[in-house]
Design a binder for this molecule. Structure first.
Ligand code: ATP
Ligand code: MG
Length: 219
């Protein structure tokens, strides 16, 4: 059987329990061997006020990935030290895992922006996609993104469906309803800024890291 690798990219500023919960569900439903959490590098001059440095965001992802042996933090974009495009990251990952099924894992909010990605047509062709529900967004909204001739390649995964390899050849984009948690990094940062607790919103080790490194306190 071919190995199955999920790529879960994001700013992860910071990684939170919504990310962990979502990645865990995808892992189970698609029987993935690995989910790589890939924090993006953001050029320092582009960092909006309060964004944590790449090394801190990566470290927090490493701590969060301890929740599950098949989760791994990847420094592939942080190490690049420049803005990374998905197509470049994907090609690097493909060299590391030749012959594996590669799945791009993302929330519907991120998928709705895919047409703004560089070479998005190629990204869509070169890997499989798992688009997950996110509170505030309906999965059906994503339909309009991949309508037309590619529309028929979309597969809406139903609740009890067993997802077999036979599907991967014909379908490229899977819409997966998950039990998503209504948590965002923005909310976590805002709560810290207001001096409120973030207990339960981020893994404990991430909360400890944020406190000991005085992250997101504002100025
Ligand atoms: P921000 O508020 O800063 O945008 P975020 O919570 O959206 O942060 P990102 O790092 O932007 O986190 O997201 C990375 C990926 O995780 C995206 O594909 C996004 O759709 C997905 N994601 C984020 N939060 C959730 C959640 N609660 N449930 C499911 N998917 C999520
Ligand atoms: Mg986001």
């Amino acid at each position: 059987m071919k190995e199955r690798v999920g790529l879960f990219g994001g700013t992860f500023d910071p990684v939170h329990c919504g990310h962990i919960r979502a990645a865990g569900e995808v892992l189970g439903r698609f029987s993935l061997d690995k989910v790589l959490f890939i924090p993006s590098f953001i050029p320092p001059h582009k960092e909006r006020g309060g964004i944590a440095p790449a090394c801190d965001r990566l470290r927090m992802v490493e701590l969060a990935c301890r929740a599950e042996p098949r989760f791994a933090a990847s420094s592939i974009e942080v190490d690049a030290g420049e803005k990374s495009y998905s197509i470049i990251t994907l090609e690097k990952v493909k060299r590391i895992y030749p012959g594996a099924w590669i799945f791009f894992v993302l929330g519907v909010d991120a998928f709705l922006e895919i047409e703004t990605w560089r070479a998005h047509e190629r990204v869509l062709e070169e890997c499989l996609f798992i688009v997950m529900t996110r509170p505030g967004y309906r999965l059906e909204q994503a339909d309009r993104v991949r309508g037309g001739s590619r529309g028929e390649k979309v597969h809406h995964v139903s609740e009890s469906e067993k997802i077999g390899e036979d599907l991967f050849g014909a379908r490229r984009i899977f819409f997966l309803p998950i039990l998503a948690l209504d948590i965002s990094s923005t909310e976590v940062r805002n709560r810290i800024g207001r001096g409120e607790t973030i207990k339960g919103l981020v893994p404990e080790a991430v909360g400890d890291y944020i406190r000991s490194h005085h992250l997101y306190r504002g100025t």
